[in-house]
Design a protein around this ligand. Sequence first.
Ligand code: ARG
Ligand code: ZN
Length: 417
Amino acid sequence: GGGWLIPHKSHNSTYCTFGFFFVSYRDKVFRLKPVLDEHVTLIKDLAKNIEVDFWSPEGAELVTIDMDVDIHVPAQYLNIVFTILDQNDMEHDVLIEDVQVAVDGQADGGPTPRAHSYTKYNNWNDSWIASISSSNPNLISKQVIGNTYEGRPMTLLKLGKKSSSSKPAIFMDCGIHAREWISPAFCQWFVKEALSTYGSDAQMTSLLNQMDVYVLPVFNIDGYDYTHKGSRMWRKTRSRKSGSSCIGADPNRNFNAGWCTLGASSNPCSDTFCGYSPESEIEVKNVANFIRRNKAIIKAYITIHSYSQLLLFPYSYTYDLAQHHSELMQVAQGASAALRSLYGTRYTSGPGATTIYPAAGGSDDWAYDLGVKYSYTFELRDTGRYGFLLPESQIKPTCEETMLAVKYIAAYVRKNI
Ligand code: ARG
Ligand code: ZN
């Protein structure tokens, strides 16, 4: 392998850790199409030698032949990357010519500081949660399930008609990965829609009458805040450990489901670092503890990510089919059809391992093995035109169509428990 040599990165530059990128002028996002084993090796070598920010899949260890590989390349490495691609005849497109332009173009402008809006990307702040949860005491309440590494309260919203007996429930989280901004936007949208359509929309009314929906608006609050104030492309948590200068672990590799066996990295500097032990990340522990404590009532687990337009279900840590594979597939296909009915957006459904890539330690597999049968991971819009930098103009249509899929799953669960 490796017919080329380039200087090793300097560890004292501003690019001091993997996964930490200052977006600079003219950074590009490439889509590589490896069709030979040599191409795969080349991509992995590239990742070892320069700071490539993997968008899809999320790490070099996840790259396989015949897969689209989307990478964000800092401006300083463009020459070497173009040279290597040409020399090795690897097919590629430039998805984003100028990352800074896409970052700036994501927001539709307006005054700063910007007021909260369901059609904008809002940073995490206590005030939306406080105001929404006090808006309708008969339908919504909040509880703190623990604090993040940096000490922010993880507030969980409970939606559902007040009842004296305990109701079956659905748990949904957004923002496991910091840079996937459309995800927290969806959880906020869902809460707003639930409150405003209860009583008029038959499906939502039945859902909230018969079940409770727990919504965690932002799972990885520290990371999310950091993507607003520090580095837009941050993915992981923000935990630190003495002995490593690299920060954070991938929360969706840190659950106790085949932990760190495949599709994850044990290198603390990697964007898919599985953590030092299962549930080492306090955010993961807090969520896992809540779901464990309430596993008797939690019938479905839904987690919202982006991008790729996929509706995934277990397993991702093994190629084995889940015990309820055909039912999970049938529900996923129904949900995808409902989603598509609105704007024609196409989703692919299937088990994580074969539909995206094998990757252990994910929340969906963990919840499923705990006994939460209906366990789904959404990968929202788009398929790479904007990737994580989905413009704000797409928040509304994305959330509207995703509502249909989530409501489809919820209705199915409600009728089948
Ligand atoms: N893009 C998601 C991730 O890498 C996919 C998650 C699918 N589920 C899983 N258990 N790996 O985290
Ligand atoms: Zn994600």
